[in-house]
Design a protein around this ligand. Structure first.
Ligand SMILES: Nc1ncnc2c1ncn2[C@@H]1O[C@H](COP(=O)(O)OP(=O)(O)OP(=O)(O)O)[C@@H](O)[C@H]1O
Length: 241
């Protein structure tokens, strides 16, 4: 198996506060890897460290075997942050066109790809409206579409389905599974249990520490419990950091 993301002995401090404690993590190419943990456990910080948005105080991050930060790698992944980086005066389609242009896609590729990702997130009908008229969920969906516009082979999604209704959430997960089947690596942070259940492997975080890492099935069977909720409570709620 080839490794998409490798984190070795990662620790991170904000000032005097240590928020990540000696994390080792490997994400294989073509898997859906989840980071599950309560609020403040370090999920966003970890994904920012992966993407090179933050440099770790200690340790090494590699993307596709290359030490970060590396410009080439930074162009090759899609990142959907928690806060939407959209232009509210522009329409949905204009926003996507802008992001596509950053990646140097040709006009024709851009048009085809835009329509595809708009359809995927069910925004085709609303694509000509300015983003300031969108609901929170619509903005999230547009952000997701923007992170996929250049067909990246690694996508990192920070709580992608917050504010998205269950039907659409299901359709987004269908699309993520389809991308995975085509060899795309997906890293997703979540604190929603049914979403965690859909990941191939999961890392459970608590207080910036990796408490456990395995498939959802094995995490449950090791603890002899039947739900992810119980796993989450065992590692997240039952142990004080
Ligand atoms: N720029 C920063 N400066 C100082 N402390 C920070 C900064 N960013 C995050 N932190 C702290 O680091 C810890 C981890 O935060 P992080 O955002 O990574 O958690 P999270 O698991 O993503 O939480 P949530 O689910 O609420 O988004 C928290 O204690 C947070 O207050």
């Amino acid at each position: 198996m080839e490794t998409a993301v490798e984190m070795n002995s990662i620790s991170h401090w904000f000032g005097k506060l240590q928020v990540i404690h000696d994390v080792d993590l490997n994400v294989e190419k073509g898997e859906i890897y989840g980071l599950l943990g309560p609020s403040g456990s370090g999920k966003t910080t970890l994904v920012k460290l992966m993407t090179g948005l933050l440099r770790p105080s200690e340790g090494v991050v590699k993307l596709n075997g290359e030490k970060m930060p590396a410009l080439k790698q930074m162009k090759q992944f899609g990142f959907m942050a928690q806060s939407d980086a959209l232009y509210s005066e522009l329409t949905g389609r204009e926003n996507l066109d802008f992001f596509a242009s950053l990646y140097g896609m040709s006009r024709k590729d851009r048009r085809l790809r835009m329509e595809h990702v708009l359809d995927m997130v069910n925004l085709t009908v609303d694509a000509s409206r300015p983003v300031h008229t969108y609901s929170g969920g619509m903005k999230r969906r547009l952000s997701l579409a923007a992170s996929l516009i250049h067909e990246p082979d690694l996508i990192i999604l920070d709580e992608p389905t917050v504010g998205i209704d269950p039907v659409l959430r299901q359709s987004i997960w269908n699309e993520l599974n389809r991308l995975r089947d085509n060899g795309v690596t997906i890293i997703v942070t979540t604190h929603v249990m049914d979403e965690a259940e859909k990941c191939g492997r999961l890392a459970l975080l608590r207080g910036g520490r990796m408490m456990a890492e395995d498939t959802p099935f094995r995490l449950k069977s090791k603890l002899e419990v039947s739900s992810m909720e119980e796993v989450f409570l065992h590692y997240g709620g039952g142990i004080r950091a």
